[in-house]
Design a binder for this molecule. Structure first.
Ligand code: GLA
Length: 375
């Protein structure tokens, strides 16, 4: 009895509960528990419950989204994002699932770029190129974390101090990622970055989605809309050639709803280079919603809203079943897809692309919303 009491007390001490608004159906809240330790720092798991009783889980390891539990048309709730049963599983698993990726999401050709006549060299971790901020990028950092009190909705803020020359990038950078889980089942992500030296930046979230529920088959039947008249054409190492190609008449036309799998096997140079879709679309930015993803069986709909110039649509082409996720289910080929909002790959080497330079004294801010509903 005494032992049970002690254990309960320890568990209570591990869990800090912060309540938000209390009116409505449920009590919206955030709880925090210990998840593990890494690089000498404590890793936490945050559970955000909105008034609808839907759950978003986050961790400060990589400022990740690890769980998004939303209802289908009949009200049945299921987690629709990739993750692992334990922190150890996450450490062994795919490095990017749900993570905030920086300093530079996607690729920089040959790991080199020049700023004011100074050439910077980055670690090569993707064939001849540098990918996702290098092997020690922000996806692998243990961020500082705080539950933001007195907000309308459950909110958690992650901060990271990225030191000068971290993974080869100049400038001390202060990075903030704030996640808010609204009562309309919107994950609102607010990024804020400052630097003390001229540098480059491309920040994104790398969550994988499967609206059947993570681990339940592939995403080829999902219907996708991307409001983009052009996409960034790439070479066989997925580096932009410089061409912004019209989507019209190609397998890249998602301006009206199309199944992900409908044209993914076509004999088309860009599909071959990506082994499927692994391309940045140039967002038209004319309407509120930039992308929508609909899964007809469950009725789940996910809308993506971004203030960025592009979105990387990655159809999970490198997933091969070797990673095991929640409930022992393997992540099979194309069992999830990503819609990563941000800038174009390799922009530091393409002066005609929207700039990714951040100067001292400037503050980079950006917002991405993933909104879940049914239809
Ligand atoms: C991005 C890249 C892909 C792949 C994944 C991570 O989306 O464009 O090629 O590297 O990340 O596996």
């Amino acid at each position: 009895m005494k032992r049970i009491f002690q254990l309960t007390m320890i568990l209570c001490a591990m869990m800090i509960t912060s309540s938000c608004t209390q009116s409505g159906k449920n009590k919206a809240m955030v709880t925090k528990e210990t998840y593990g330790t890494h690089k000498g720092k404590e890793v936490f798991l945050f559970t955000l419950t909105n008034k609808e009783g839907n759950v978003l889980k986050l961790t400060n390891f990589g400022a990740r989204i690890t769980w998004i539990e939303v209802p289908d048309r009949s009200g049945k709730k299921e987690n629709v994002t990739f993750g692992f049963d334990t922190f150890e599983g996450m450490l062994r698993g795919d490095p990017y699932f749900g993570a905030v990726v920086g300093r530079y999401a996607n690729r920089i050709a040959k790991g080199k770029f020049t700023l004011d006549g100074v050439e910077y060299t980055l670690p090569l971790n993707n064939g001849p190129n540098s990918l996702h901020g290098g092997p020690g990028g922000w996806h692998s950092s243990v961020w500082d974390a705080e539950i933001v009190e007195r907000t309308e909705f459950p909110t958690v803020k992650f901060t990271w101090h990225s030191p000068d020359m971290e993974e080869g990038y100049p400038g001390n950078m202060h990075v903030e990622t704030v996640y808010t889980w609204s009562d309309k089942n919107e994950i609102v992500i607010d990024y804020k970055c400052t630097t003390d030296k001229k540098t480059v930046l491309n920040i994104t979230n790398h969550a994988y989605f499967n609206l059947h529920g993570a681990g339940n088959g592939d995403i080829l039947d999902h219907e996708l809309v991307i409001k983009a008249a052009r996409f960034v054409a790439v070479d066989s190492t997925l580096i932009p050639t410089g061409e912004l190609r019209e989507v019209a008449g190609t397998p890249f036309d998602f301006t009206t709803p199309a199944k992900v799998g409908a044209r993914i096997g076509e004999d088309y140079d860009q599909i071959k280079h990506g082994k499927g879709y692994d391309h940045t679309f140039v967002l038209d930015n004319k309407e509120e919603v930039d992308c929508s993803l609909y899964e007809p069986v469950s009725g789940r709909l996910m809308e993506v809203i971004s203030d960025q110039p592009g979105v990387q649509f990655y159809s999970g082409n490198f997933l091969n079943g070797s990673r095991i996720g929640y409930g022992g289910k393997p992540f099979i080929h194309r069992s999830g897809l990503c819609l990563e909002t941000g800038h174009f790959p390799d922009s530091p080497n393409h002066p005609d692309f929207p700039t990714t330079i951040l100067n001292p004294g400037e503050t980079f801010t950006s917002k991405t919303v993933y909104r879940f509903s049914v239809k």
